[in-house]
Design a protein around this ligand. Structure first.
Ligand code: IPE
Ligand code: IPE
Ligand code: MG
Length: 232
C-alpha cells in the first residue's frame, strides 16, 4: 500500500467487469464452466474484502443482455451457478451485514431464480455494511430505455434527478472506480450513465485469479489520482 493512501478517500462505489473466466479455464485445459465456478469463488473473496475495508457499494457484472448469444449449455450452467451461489451466500450476507441487490431485467430468468433473487434482497434489506449489487441480464442501454419508459409512464419532467430515480441503480451513488479484468479495454454496455466520472483500471489478470492484494494496489493507485470533475 502506498504510504499516503490512508489519508485519501476510499472509493464509495467500485464496479467490476469480471472478465476472463473462459480464457482462464481454456489455458489450463479445463472447460469454460470450471472458469465460471472459480470466478464465483473470487466474487466471494472480493465481496468479503470490500465489506471489511469499508467500501459501501460493489457492483459486479455477472450476466449481460448480450450474453444470451452464448451457447445454450453455457447459459444454462451460468443460471444454475447463479442460483447455487445465491443459496449458499444468503447466510454469509446476513452474518456479515451485507445487503444484496440485483440490477438488470430479471424477468427473463426462471421463476425459481427470480424468487431466489427477491428473497436475498428482502432478507438483507436492512444490512448497513457493503451493498453487493449483481448486474443480472443487465445492459446499460436496456436500463436507460426502461428508465425513459418509467419517466413517461409517471409523467415526470425530464431532469437528471428524476431520470436517476428511474434507473435500476436509483439511490446508489455513481461509480468511483471501475475495474475490468482479462485485458479487454471496453465497457461492454456496463453502467454507461453511472461511469460518467469513474476512474478506470484495465488489468490483464483473468477474473478467477484476481486477488484482494491486486484490488488493494488498484485502490491505492486510485487514491493517488487527481479527480478534477471538469475543474482545474
Ligand atoms: C466473464 O468471463 C463471465 C461472464 C461473462 C459470465 P467470460 O465468460 O467472458 O470469459 P472469457 O472472456 O471468454 O475468457
Ligand atoms: C462482459 O463480458 C459481461 C460480463 C462480465 C458479465 P463479456 O465477455 O460478455 O464482454 P465482451 O463480449 O468481451 O464485450
Ligand atoms: Mg469475456
Amino acid at each position: 500500500m502506498n504510504t499516503n493512501s490512508h489519508k485519501k478517500e476510499l472509493p464509495k462505489h467500485i464496479a467490476i467487469i469480471m472478465d476472463g473466466n473462459g480464457r482462464w479455464a481454456n489455458e489450463r485445459g479445463l472447460k469454460r464452466t470450471v472458469g465460471h465456478e472459480e470466478g464465483a469463488k473470487t466474487v466471494r473473496e472480493i465481496t468479503k474484502h470490500c465489506n471489511s475495508i469499508g467500501v459501501k457499494y460493489l457492483t459486479l457484472y455477472a450476466f449481460s443482455t448480450e450474453n444470451w448469444s452464448r451457447p445454450k449449455l453455457e447459459i444454462e450452467f451460468l443460471m444454475k451457478l447463479l442460483e447455487k451461489y445465491l443459496k449458499s451466500e444468503l447466510n454469509i450476507y446476513l452474518d456479515n451485514n451485507v445487503r444484496f441487490k440485483a440490477i438488470g431485467d430479471i424477468s427473463r430468468f426462471s421463476k425459481s431464480l427470480q424468487e431466489m433473487i427477491k428473497k436475498s434482497e428482502k432478507a438483507t434489506k436492512n444490512a448497513t455494511g457493503l451493498t453487493q449489487v449483481l448486474a443480472l441480464n443487465y445492459g446499460s442501454q436496456d436500463e436507460i430505455l426502461r428508465a425513459i419508459k418509467k419517466l413517461n409512464e409517471q409523467h415526470l419532467e425530464v431532469t437528471k434527478q428524476n431520470f436517476e430515480k428511474c434507473l435500476d441503480t436509483a439511490g446508489i451513488p455513481d461509480v468511483d472506480l471501475l475495474i475490468r479484468t482479462s485485458g479487454e479495454v471496453r465497457l461492454s454496455n456496463y453502467l454507461l450513465w453511472q461511469n460518467a466520472y469513474a476512474e478506470m483500471f484495465f488489468v490483464n489478470t483473468y477474473w478467477p485469479e484476481f486477488t484482494t492484494n491486486e484490488l488493494d494496489d488498484i485502490i491505492s493507485d486510485y487514491q493517488n489520482r487527481e479527480r478534477r470533475f471538469g475543474g482545474i
